[in-house]
Design a protein around this ligand. Structure first.
Ligand code: AMP
Ligand code: MG
Length: 492
């Protein structure tokens, strides 16, 4: 027992704990307790998610909740642990990594299915390597807001329940303060978990892990004659869908190492991510990524590379290498199809036609040539049917001739009636609000001075990003000039 947590566990009313991951056994994790933080305070609570999890509002407002979600107090039913995984980082085998600062509290049954609850920044674990086991307020707010922004956009993601802060000092490039973000997911298993057991020769554990994932998350694979190849194919297809969603939303993850790839095809581990401001296909959001390995336009290929690593890790379970290769092949058809479907929806095209591919390519080319603001372009396009709407789109381009040629191509593809019918749908596909770097930055600077109103406002806007939210147009405008100078690195 951690000597610092000396209070008896509190009850969290209404929750049923399941803790399936813990049944995998001691080879998969180390049981341990969070390390408490001094003088914790609330930064933000996500009431929508709390409701989905079945947490009572009064309890979430309590001192007990603050203590539990800072790691200062245990609750009945928890089985805290840190899991072990490995991974490829920036293209190189990095060996053993693991939850260096995340502690899985356990898993609860909810109306929407089981959800694991994890504290990120909860102190050192056997996998902390050189790290201090902590997360800073800045990065915790970014993860919290972006998880919910992605969820609001309908993009598969882990979610975030709350952020608590502390005055404990943490050294990064400068001294910052510690915070804990409570995340939830049906599972936090990564490609790197499979790589860990495969490359260390623990093939029984590899099989147990694959069986666990199949039984709990991909039950259809169980019916197959080759369940593990089918698992690889199912993960490839989900990942392809995720990449299409990221590309269509203009989302850059920034650190697509295999340990940051969810086996469920969820966006996971928010670090130096960015939503594009000006459209630049080669944009690199991670200041530490000097080679641009994880640039926006490289993400789909990197995901395939990562799936290849997963396939290699699964080979001991797959009889024929050809089966693994065939499973991976599915990515190459599912990704372009999924991207095309998303782009067609963004353009408001009611059906699929062969010429759409060229129109989509031309749209991207045009946006890139003029570095047009990605989110504003799509939102304005929703009103293309009206003369003022058309003019507002045209105003975004310096190259008017280029724009006009594209607009003609677009108009020919869509009769005004179509577009009118589609406008409503387009407004539900092209968000008004995304978590731009400068918006996060402003909320973080205020939060450092104990003003959390900016975090709350952003949470409200980003959880419903397709709605107008009158009075908040300033959150939907062009980024200020200083936004381009914001540097976000791996340091978090
Ligand atoms: P990331 O790139 O943030 O996904 O982290 C890569 C690895 O480093 C994971 O094993 C993390 O748990 C670990 N890590 C990152 N930051 C810290 C930290 N401050 N303390 C301990 N481990 C860390
Ligand atoms: Mg990570």
């Amino acid at each position: 027992m951690n000597p610092v947590i000396d209070e008896p566990p509190v009850a969290i009313p209404g929750l049923k704990w399941a803790n399936r991951f813990a049944t995998l056994g001691a080879d998969f994790y180390t049981e341990l307790l969070p390390t408490p933080l001094p003088s914790p305070y609330w930064v933000s609570r996500n009431r929508a998610l709390a409701g989905e999890l079945g947490l009572q509002e009064e309890w979430l407002a309590s001192e007990d909740a603050l203590a539990v979600f800072t790691g200062n107090q245990l609750a009945q039913g928890l089985q805290p642990l840190a899991s072990v995984y490995s991974g490829h980082q920036f293209g190189q085998w990095a060996g053993q990594l693991g939850d260096g600062r995340a502690i899985l509290l356990g898993e609860i049954d909810t109306a929407g299915g089981p959800q694991e609850i994890q504290l990120k920044g909860a102190g050192m674990t056997p996998y902390s390597r050189m790290g201090d086991g902590r997360a800073v307020l800045r990065s915790s707010i970014r993860e919290y807001l972006c998880s919910e922004a992605m969820h609001g956009l309908g993009i598969p993601t882990t979610r975030a329940l709350c952020v608590t802060g502390s005055d404990a000092r943490v050294r990064r490039e400068e001294i910052e303060t510690a915070a804990v973000v409570t995340r939830t997911s049906p599972s936090f298993i990564r490609f790197g978990h499979f790589e860990h057991f495969s490359y260390s020769g623990q093939h029984e554990q590899l099989k147990a892990l694959a069986d666990f994932v199949i039984d709990n998350f991909y039950p259809a694979c169980r019916e197959s004659a080759q369940p593990y190849a089918d698992l690889l194919q199912a993960v490839s297809e989900r990942t392809a869908g995720l990449m299409a969603a990221w590309q269509a939303a203009g989302f850059c993850h920034g650190v697509m190492n295999t340990d940051n790839m969810s086996i469920l095809g969820l966006t996971i581990d928010y670090g130096p991510f960015q939503f594009l401001d000006a459209f630049d296909p080669g944009h690199i959001c991670n200041h530490s990524d000097t080679q641009g390995r994880y640039a926006y336009n490289k993400q789909p290929n990197i995901a395939y590379w990562n799936l290849f690593c997963l396939g290699q890790a699964l080979l001991p379970l797959i009889a024929e290498q050809d089966q693994a290769l065939a499973a991976l092949e599915s990515y190459k058809t599912v990704f372009p199809q999924a991207l095309e479907a998303r782009m067609r929806a963004k353009l408001g095209l009611p059906d699929a036609r062969p010429e759409d591919k060229a129109l989509i390519e031309n749209t991207f080319k045009l946006l890139a040539a003029d570095k047009v603001d990605y989110t504003i372009f799509w939102r304005r396009l929703c009103h293309f049917q009206s003369p003022e709407g058309r003019e507002a789109v045209r105003d975004l381009f310096l190259d008017r001739a280029g724009h006009d040629a594209w607009a003609l191509q677009y108009s020919e593809r869509t009769t005004p009636a179509d577009i009118g019918l589609q406008a409503d749908l387009m407004l539900k596909t092209n968000p008004k609000y995304v978590l731009r770097n400068h918006l996060g930055e402003q909320a973080i600077q205020a939060a450092k001075l104990n003003d959390f109103s900016g975090v709350h406002t952003l949470l409200t806007l980003l959880q419903a990003p397709f709605e107008e939210h009158p009075g908040h147009d300033s959150h939907a405008g062009f980024p200020p000039d200083w936004a381009a100078a914001i540097e976000i690195s791996c340091s978090s």
